[in-house]
Design a protein around this ligand. Structure first.
Ligand code: ISE
Length: 336
């Protein structure tokens, strides 16, 4: 296959971004279908992909044989039906996180995929494609500085929209650390604890942030995550790994530092779109390369399910203030 024909479902912020990214930065792929019930939005995104067709539903695009692979970038509540449809059609798919909004529905996707003979779904946990996270994983796995003792994570957003809820601190935001902690340590998260830090009065009245989430791995590592969605100054995602004989830190913004009039300053990212731009490109290129062989090269639907199950424990910990142990369903053979 020379060029992979991609159908993009959902033309909000991420979907439109991906349409442009595929056109400008990704080799061997072309967006041929843009799918959104909002025809005006679909038309605007399709204008970024010359020659593409617009559809108001994924089903119509499948019937029209308009693509070889699918990129789902709709809100999580719409994912289940579309994921079942792509599995039924045998189409390799990159699905933005979350796989589905909860562990029960994620298991329906797992059951459908595991009934087949190959993995078709990849979940958009883009941090696994970030150079810093990949290097840190190698340092941890290679025991370069001895055994890993702890992970100290800061996840800071400048602000969030008023529609953002307290549960989203876990389901929408800490979910990234939930996936990366397992990626870095290769060990499942067995329990979650959440503490409220002193409330930031800059935020909407319904929000109680920042929080400190404690993720305990089976291997005995505790990752503490400062989740802070009202920092105002910029978008910052950092991780410090504490080893027996050293410390490694990733995510400190590198860029030009200016010394002037007795002070020095640099620039911080304003959004995940720039902080993770290289990760998104790497993720998409590897997905495209794998999709041509009708497979995936990244976090699978099973990783999406594990994150959803851990999030359920995280939300319970947030609401009850108690440490909650995570329960996982048995892993189907397909994911071994
Ligand atoms: C958002 O949905 C993302 O995925 C960002 O990476 C994260 O930093 C933010 O907290 C989420 O709301």
């Amino acid at each position: 296959m020379s060029e992979l024909r991609v159908g993009v479902v959902g033309t909000g912020l991420m979907g439109t971004d991906h349409v442009v990214r595929i056109r400008e930065r990704i080799a061997g792929a072309v967006v041929t279908a843009v799918i959104d019930p909002d025809t005006a939005r679909a038309g605007a995104a399709a204008a970024e992909a010359p020659g593409s067709l617009t559809f108001s539903s994924l089903g119509e695009a499948i019937i029209a044989n308009a693509m070889d692979a699918v990129l789902i970038a709709t809100p999580g509540i719409f994912h289940l039906a579309d994921l079942l449809a792509v599995l039924d059609a045998g189409l390799p798919t990159l699905c933005e996180k979350p796989l589905t909004p909860d562990a029960e529905s994620a298991l329906k996707v797992i059951a459908a995929e595991a009934a087949g003979d190959r993995k078709l779904i990849q979940v958009g946990f883009m941090r696994r494609f970030d150079a810093g996270y990949m290097e840190l994983r190698e340092i941890i796995q290679g025991r370069t500085y001895g055994e890993l003792l702890a992970l100290r994570c800061q996840h800071r957003n400048p602000s969030v929209p008023e529609s953002y809820t307290n549960d989203m601190l876990i389901n929408d935001s800490v979910v990234h650390e939930i996936d990366t902690v397992r990626f870095l340590t290769d060990s499942p998260i067995v329990a979650v604890d959440v503490k409220h830090l002193r409330r930031n009065s800059n935020n909407f009245a319904h929000l109680n942030d920042p929080i400190l989430a404690l993720l305990e791995t089976e291997s005995g590592v505790v990752a503490d995550v400062e989740m802070n969605v009202s920092v105002r100054f910029g978008y910052q995602v950092k991780t410090e790994a504490v080893f027996e004989s050293g410390v490694a830190e990733i995510g400190r913004t590198s860029g030009t530092t200016v010394w002037h009039e007795g002070r020095y300053s640099g620039t911080e990212h304003a959004s995940f779109k720039t902080r993770f731009v290289a990760a998104f490109e790497n993720e998409l290129q590897r997905w495209v390369n794998a999709a041509k062989n009708r497979t995936v090269d990244g976090p699978s639907a099973w990783d999406g399910y594990l994150a959803a199950a851990t999030c359920a424990a995280g939300v319970e910990a947030l609401v009850t203030g108690k440490r909650v142990e995570v329960e996982y369903a048995p892993k189907p053979d397909l994911y071994n």
